[in-house]
Design a protein around this ligand. Structure first.
Ligand code: B12
Ligand code: SF4
Length: 424
């Protein structure tokens, strides 16, 4: 089968990304002996024209579309990205009858409502490597696709329960020689790399369960570092570990760093950590293996709010982590998430003072918390009358304590005005 794989994300907010997830699925399609074409719309000027030209040229039998972003997660001045994805689906339909299958992180949060909004044929929630290939194989044989794990069919809903690969080494990494031409060449580019999937921490507002599930699954450090080494040979020098919590479990993180040191990668990398009391030995290994910056979502400086968010760390843990990272020369970008359940003027001031005392290199403040389906926050928001029980939440909704918004925006702007390294 000829399979066209399209990543519709063309947004450069925060930083330009490369569609690693789509590349993983494409690699599985190739491994199953289908002919694949990979189209990253981040790298074209006119997304509709580029899609239509590729369709006319390649004439696919099946089209896979990856949707990463739904919105910018900003309560004010937000953008709704699926509109351009809808244009791509319509553009494809005007040229071909090939089945259109949607997937990706953003899609996985709204498998039913987004499929309806986009008017595509099918969608796969969660990791696509196995289910997408199974769907294409069945289409080739003329068999029914109903029952493929995680597959939604327009009008039928979910047809088979989701399945998660327990050992990620069983899923191929994108072949560097095949994909190297598709990677941006600019010097600010950070190549995404994923070592683990799934997060068991269950923070009140988080959508990761819908995307990756709650069970932590890993690739072996050796396989990951061999892949990084191949990218280094093509000239890529900077990597971004897109794992939800790079430092968990700490033994795995330590092994990964040791493997990078042993293979003499000589690369720079960034990651996201969960600020439990990170041990100093791990931070030393991170620094020695090339870690330059860490994102720390500590979200609040109030113990009461941390408990409400179901966070399992304390302010002391956050301070220890930040200080130890600074001691070993790693830049720290912190995140505050203000306005959620239980927030008051006092807890906001506690958070601002705490964040200020950490001496971070950068702090990003977000006002209002995006409500995702199937989360503790969504249940609270229904109970507090912020959203209706039947709201599918595809159109962005935010939790904001009634009566706090105006004061909160003003105080945040006041603090940002005096601190050049704080952003919103
Ligand atoms: C790491 C990360 C970042 C990093 C990216 C660094 C980099 N160099 O890539 C940074 C911090 C820069 C970032 C920024 C942003 N991010 Co972000 N990010 C993530 C995170 C944690 C992982 C993404 C990732 O790379 N996964 C690894 C790959 C392998 O997985 P995947 O893409 O999901 O692909 C798998 C499946 O989805 C599926 N699949 C993928 N494509 C396809 C296609 C088909 C056809 C099929 C069948 C299956 C399929 O199979 C793949 C393999 O198993 C996710 C949350 C999450 N856990 O997914 C949020 C997430 C994607 N980000 C999100 C957002 C909002 C943003 C920002 C807009 C935030 C902002 N305002 O700055 C920006 C946008 C950046 C941009 N230019 O697009 C949201 C998107 C949902 C939404 N509300 O829109 C997410 C889901 C987090 C959340 N809040 O829920 N992000
Ligand atoms: S640690 Fe991060 S990925 Fe895990 S549940 Fe909390 S916010 Fe989500």
């Amino acid at each position: 089968m000829k399979v066209l794989m399209i990543s519709v994300n063309a947004e450069e907010i925060y930083m330009s990304t490369w569609p690693l997830g789509l590349a993983c699925v494409t690699e599985s399609v190739r491994a199953a002996s289908h002919t694949a074409k990979f189209l990253d719309l981040m790298q074209v000027d006119d997304i509709i024209a580029a899609t239509q030209m590729t369709l006319e040229d390649f004439k696919p039998d099946v089209i896979g579309i990856s949707i990463r972003n739904i919105d910018s997660q900003k309560m004010t001045g937000q953008t709704f990205f699926p509109e351009s994805a809808h244009d791509i689906v319509v553009g494809c339909r005007s040229i071909t009858r090939a089945p259109i299958i949607i997937g990706g992180a953003g899609y996985s949060i709204y498998p039913e409502s987004l499929l309806k909004y986009l008017q595509a044929d099918m969608g796969i929630q969660g990791e696509g490597e196995i289910s997408f290939v199974e769907t294409v194989d069945r289409i080739e044989k003329g068999a029914s696709v109903e029952g493929v794990p995680g597959l939604y069919i327009s009008g039928l809903g979910l047809t088979g329960p989701r399945r998660f690969e327990k050992n990620l080494d069983n899923l191929p990494l994108p072949d560097v020689s095949w994909f190297s031409g598709s990677v941006p060449k600019d010097k600010d580019f950070w190549m995404p790399v994923q070592t683990r999937r799934g997060c068991p921490m269950n923070c009140s507002y988080c959508s990761t369960g819908s995307i990756e599930g709650n069970l932590l699954r890993k690739r072996s450090p050796q396989k990951v570092v061999e892949w990084l080494r191949q990218w280094r040979e093509t000239g890529v020098k900077q990597f971004y570990f897109v794992d939800n919590t790079f430092n968990l479990p700490p033994v795995y993180a330590g092994d990964l760093c040791r493997e990078m040191i042993a293979s003499d990668l000589n690369a720079s990398w960034r990651c996201i950590i969960y600020p439990t009391r990170t041990n100093e030995n791990l931070i030393i290994l991170m620094a020695e293996s090339g870690c330059k910056e860490v994102s720390i979502g500590f979200e609040s400086g109030s113990t009461f709010i941390l408990n409400a968010m179901n966070k399992k760390f304390t302010n002391d843990d956050v301070r220890y982590t930040c200080d130890t990272l600074a001691k070993h020369g790693i830049r720290r970008m912190g995140f505050l998430l203000l306005g959620g359940p239980g927030e008051t003027r006092e807890t906001v001031m506690e958070s601002l003072r705490f964040a200020d005392s950490l001496g971070l290199d950068t702090l990003k403040l977000t006002v209002g918390i995006r409500i995702y389906p199937q989360t503790i926050l969504a249940k609270t928001a229904v109970k507090d009358g912020i959203i209706a029980p039947d709201d599918d939440l595809l159109q962005p909704r935010f939790y904001m304590v009634p009566g706090l918004q105006e004061w909160l925006i003003n105080i945040v702007n006041e603090w940002i005005a005096l601190r050049p390294n704080w952003i919103s």
